[in-house]
Design a protein around this ligand. Structure first.
Ligand code: ZN
Length: 63
């Protein structure tokens, strides 16, 4: 359903999306994303191995 909107503001629980995204940084441990809510709180999320595994599965499906 709304997988990409699964993160919310730490302070006011407003759903965070691309409009609030201020920084995206890829590291060995995963992708870190910083969102700035309209309430001015900054929420950091880490997208871990799950997304990577998903991508690998998609590759395996190729004929
Ligand atoms: Zn907020």
């Amino acid at each position: 359903m709304l997988e990409q909107l699964s993160c919310t503001c730490d302070r006011c629980e407003t759903p965070l999306g691309d409009e609030q995204l201020i920084l995206s940084m890829t590291t060995d441990a995963g992708t870190r994303r910083a969102y700035e809510c309209s309430c001015r709180a900054v929420t950091i999320t880490v997208v871990g191995d799950e997304a990577v595994q998903r991508a690998e599965r998609a590759d395996e499906r190729r004929p």
